[in-house]
Design a protein around this ligand. Structure first.
Ligand code: UDP
Ligand code: MG
Length: 160
């Protein structure tokens, strides 16, 4: 029992998922939230925000120097984004699978980018790429913290 408890808590993760300005403009907010909800993941925080260029540059700091960086910041700053934190078993890697590949042309049908996007520079959503970057991004976007709660459905989503 103790072992299964440790196994479960060690793979319970949080990830930062963001609907980019094109996803908001194209009315895909509900569709994207729906997919994470239906999968069984837990919504831990959510807000519609326009945080400005400095904040977006901090979020994408690892990509500074790339040829597409300035265009990426312009795109991300062009309208509000929906910032969210989702929790669950392996949610970082599974969330990336649900988004699809960075380039929509390489995203499988059934993924969010595969179903709704055409170009890499308009790929409608963001998801953290590792547990460490997820925690960094959550700290950047939710300085106020997230909402802790106990979903009653967990017994129907998780075996243990
Ligand atoms: N991006 C772009 N051109 C590229 C690569 C990336 O415009 O050649 C944009 C795209 O919106 C992507 C974001 O920069 O989602 C961040 O790039 P990253 O490699 O981190 O991809 P992601 O983690 O979003 O799949
Ligand atoms: Mg990335």
């Amino acid at each position: 029992l103790i072992n299964s408890f440790l196994l479960q808590t060690s793979t319970m993760e949080r990830t930062y998922i963001m609907i980019k300005p094109d996803g908001v403009q194209r009315n895909l907010v509900g569709e994207i939230i729906k997919r994470f909800e239906q999968k069984g993941y837990q919504l831990l925080a959510m807000k519609l925000v326009r945080p400005g260029k400095e904040h977006l540059q901090a979020h994408y700091a690892d990509l500074a120097g790339k040829g597409f960086f300035n265009g990426l910041i312009e795109y991300m700053n062009s309208g509000p984004v929906v910032a969210m934190v989702w929790g669950g078993f392996n949610v970082v890697a599974e969330g990336r699978k649900m988004l699809g590949a960075t380039k929509p042309s390489e995203s499988a049908p059934g993924t969010i980018r595969g179903d709704f996007a055409v170009e890499v520079g308009r790929n409608i959503c963001h998801g953290s790429d590792a547990v460490a970057s997820a925690e960094k991004e959550i700290a950047l976007w939710f300085k106020e913290g997230v909402c802790e709660w106990n979903p009653s459905r967990n017994a129907w989503v998780y075996e243990n």
